[in-house]
Design a protein around this ligand. Structure first.
Ligand code: G1P
Length: 318
């Protein structure tokens, strides 16, 4: 496999060598597309979500991407391959820009496939990554490919928090209380003596509670900086919400046992690529910012809106 092209002195700058990417889900919210195309390969403009995650991991200074896949989802790893015939053909035709696009994923980071034979939950998927870690890795990151946390760099900030406070650091966003049932929800308290107010101590965590039972409206978004102690906790939890082994329950167990867990509250943007509604928004957002497609997309969106509103008004007048 191709080894990361980032310069050695930038590697592991934040103490994170491995980023774990759970990508074994069936993508049921994206059917029929996901009958043959894993949702992690659906493009945002022209780049699959998995490559955006690889870019974020490489930027963090990580050198290994442990991709947890289902047995029938080998295409996700294949995206990091070398494609010699394609490169040769494009090179002969002088298409250098496209050659760079073909090579980019494999040059960003070294992917490692970890197979999850059965869909037993996020906690189970993360637990499988233990076999990939070196003995000296005290912590590792998890990036959920459904979540784009923007601007990139949340885990760098979380690593600074871990350097100061130790333990495990998670990424929180605030959502309306009625939406908390979609997430792992934090019970938090202020940390005294810190010169920043975007870091809170986590006193408990519960997976997808009913909104009336949610301990707060701070919820987990898909970036985790986990202490290695999580593996031991993952071995001791029982199936939880939805009958699955939940990462949230292992984190809750660590907290109960006195392990320090903090959140960094993210105030930037976020896209949920895991469902068509969120995915379309992400495509529009990234598309508008794209130097090649942005300007005409803006005009096209305005035209679509004018036509859409006119049709609606005409229908209302009938
Ligand atoms: C997972 C986690 C949940 C977290 C969410 C963030 O849920 O279990 O705690 O808040 O990701 O996107 P999922 O969205 O996979 O159901």
């Amino acid at each position: 496999m191709v080894i990361s092209m980032i310069s050695p002195n930038r590697q592991h700058t934040h103490g994170v060598k491995t980023v774990v990417v759970p990508a074994a889900g069936m993508g049921t919210r994206f059917l029929p597309a996901t009958k043959t195309v894993p949702k992690e390969l659906l493009p945002v403009v022209d780049t699959p979500g998995i490559e955006l995650i690889a870019e974020e991991a490489a930027q963090l200074g990580a050198t290994r991407l442990a991709v947890i896949t289902a047995p029938n989802k080998q295409e996700v790893l294949a995206h990091f391959g070398e494609f010699p015939l394609l490169v040769e053909t494009l090179t002969e035709r002088g298409k250098d820009e496209q050659v760079a696009k073909v090579k980019r994923a494999g040059e960003l980071i070294q992917p490692i496939a970890v197979e999850q034979e059965r869909p037993l939950g996020l906690g189970h998927a993360v637990g499988l990554a233990e076999s990939v870690l070196d003995e000296d890795e005290d912590a590792f990151a998890v990036m959920l490919p459904d979540d784009l946390v923007l601007p990139m760099g949340a885990v760098e900030e979380m690593a600074k928090v871990r350097a100061e406070l130790g333990g495990t650091v998670l990424c929180a966003i605030e959502v309306p209380r009625e939406e908390t049932y979609n997430y792992g929800v934090f019970e938090i308290e202020e940390v005294s003596g810190l010169d920043r107010d975007d870091v809170k101590r986590v006193r408990g965590m519960v997976e997808k509670p009913d909104p009336e039972d949610a301990p707060s409206n701070y919820v987990a978004t898909g970036r985790y900086l986990l202490d290695r102690a999580i593996f031991d906790a993952l071995r001791r939890i029982k199936p939880g919400k939805g009958g699955e082994l939940q990462l949230t329950d292992a984190i809750a167990l660590l907290i109960e046992e006195g392990h320090p867990v903090h959140v960094l509250v993210h105030h930037g943007g976020r896209h949920d690529l895991g469902n068509p509604g969120g995915y379309i928004k992400a495509c529009v957002d990234f598309g508008l910012r794209d130097p090649k497609y942005g300007p005409s997309l803006r005009g096209a969106i305005e035209e679509i809106l004018v036509n859409f509103d006119a049709e609606k008004a005409a229908r209302a007048a009938e």
